[in-house]
Design a protein around this ligand. Structure first.
Ligand code: ZN
Length: 108
């Protein structure tokens, strides 16, 4: 399994992603891509599809309070999705870091 390079800023529950094995709603993002960590099952599992199983209505998601901002685990930077032409790029918001992921000082 590939290690995750980023996580969404909100927990899986915000995206209606639960444990696919025991339906536990209180799961965490796993350290592996496309997986969640279930405390009840004590394992990494794929999780339910949640809002990702269908097309994502971005505006609707905003109204529901879902945010697709990411945290880069390598730098601790908060990345915001922006639409550029026909693709989505994730741009760092300067000076907003989550040092819990990496206590080393950053060089920008
Ligand atoms: Zn579970």
């Amino acid at each position: 399994m590939k290690k995750r390079e980023w996580i969404y800023v909100q927990p899986p529950m915000a995206y209606e992603v639960y444990c696919d094995l025991c339906n536990n709603k209180h799961v965490e993002w796993s350290e592996f891509q496309g997986h969640v960590w279930c405390w009840r099952c004590m394992k990494d599992t794929k999780g339910t599809g949640g809002v990702f199983s269908g097309p994502i209505p971005v505006k609707g998601a905003e109204i529901m309070g879902i945010c697709f901002d990411r945290i880069c685990l390598k730098t601790g930077q908060w990345l915001k999705p922006e639409i550029e032409g026909k693709k989505v790029v994730h741009k760092p918001i300067k000076n907003l870091f989550f040092p819990i992921f990496d206590p080393k000082p950053y060089n920008i």
